[in-house]
Design a protein around this ligand. Structure first.
Ligand SMILES: NC(=O)c1ccc[n+]([C@@H]2O[C@H](COP(=O)([O-])OP(=O)(O)OC[C@H]3O[C@@H](n4cnc5c(N)ncnc54)[C@H](OP(=O)(O)O)[C@@H]3O)[C@@H](O)[C@H]2O)c1
Length: 230
């Protein structure tokens, strides 16, 4: 039985990945904070996979990460998807230290701690998927905190990829452009949803990369809309 851990699976890209990877020989360990949304995801996937374990933890704080690790338990996992993320969009002069720390905590420190804990326990042939962003490669005005976090995760995951190569663990980095999820709901400004790609397209790319033979690494995947960036 394969065990897949997906953070931020209560909605958006994480939910779409869970839906795509659900299978009769898979235990899904699905993480989120919103108990109602996560229960809804689990209900919709129950018939499609062997087992679903719900993990409710705040990844902005290190005790939330360690509680998640404890709840996942000692059995190894075959896939870690570092997907949970937050976005703060405002001029750099207006970013509060709480917003900065939260962005760093969820988008960088949590993936670091989860990778550090789980990777040494993963069998050869396992994979780690990091959901980064086109904002891991390019800076955008008012996105400094978010870009800081994604650039940081980019550097971390590129280096970890090289360390894990000899252990036969693949590190797959995914760089979506604007994707139509609820992450945009609380951001100020007009965001044209019709120009965004769908979370299902991102999930499809993740599933395709994972479906390659174990010795083939589809390492970096950028997805953008043909209509161009926002
Ligand atoms: N949407 C885009 O345009 C886009 C583009 C490129 C990359 N991404 C990246 O894709 C990933 C998923 O984003 P999304 O668009 O699917 O956003 P979303 O719909 O807002 O979902 C974000 C997920 O992260 C979880 N999360 C947020 N803060 C958390 C915290 N403090 N502790 C634990 N979990 C937390 C949420 O859990 P709850 O809702 O249960 O609290 C939710 O499951 C993020 O890393 C994001 O940076 C998104």
């Amino acid at each position: 039985m394969k065990r897949y851990l997906i953070t931020g699976a209560s909605r958006g890209i994480g939910r779409a990945i869970a839906e795509k990877l659900a299978a009769p020989d898979v235990t899904l360990l699905l993480h989120g904070r919103d108990t109602v949304a996560l229960a809804d995801v689990c209900k919709s996937l129950k018939a499609n996979c062997a087992n679903i374990i719900r993990l409710i933890h705040d990844l902005a704080i290190s005790s939330g990460v360690s509680d998640l690790i404890a709840e996942v338990g000692k059995d190894p996992i075959d896939l870690l998807v570092n997907n949970a993320g937050v976005a703060v969009v405002k001029p750099f002069g207006e970013i509060t230290s709480v917003e900065w720390e939260q962005t760093l905590g969820v988008n960088v420190t949590a993936p670091f701690l989860l990778t550090q804990h789980f990777a040494p326990r993963m069998p050869p042939g396992s994979s780690i998927v990091n959901i980064l962003s086109i904002a891991a490669k390019t800076g955008y005005p008012s996105w400094s905190a978010y870009c800081m976090s994604k650039f940081a995760l980019e550097g971390f995951s590129q280096s970890v990829r090289e360390e894990l190569r000899e252990h036969k663990i693949r590190v797959i980095n995914v760089y979506p452009a604007a994707t139509d999820t609820s992450i945009w709901n609380q951001l100020e400004g007009e965001w044209p949803r019709e120009k965004m790609i769908s979370p299902e397209e991102v999930a499809g790319a993740v599933a395709y990369a994972l479906s390659r033979p174990n010795d083939v690494a589809l390492e970096n995947i950028t997805l953008s809309s043909l209509t161009g960036s926002l």
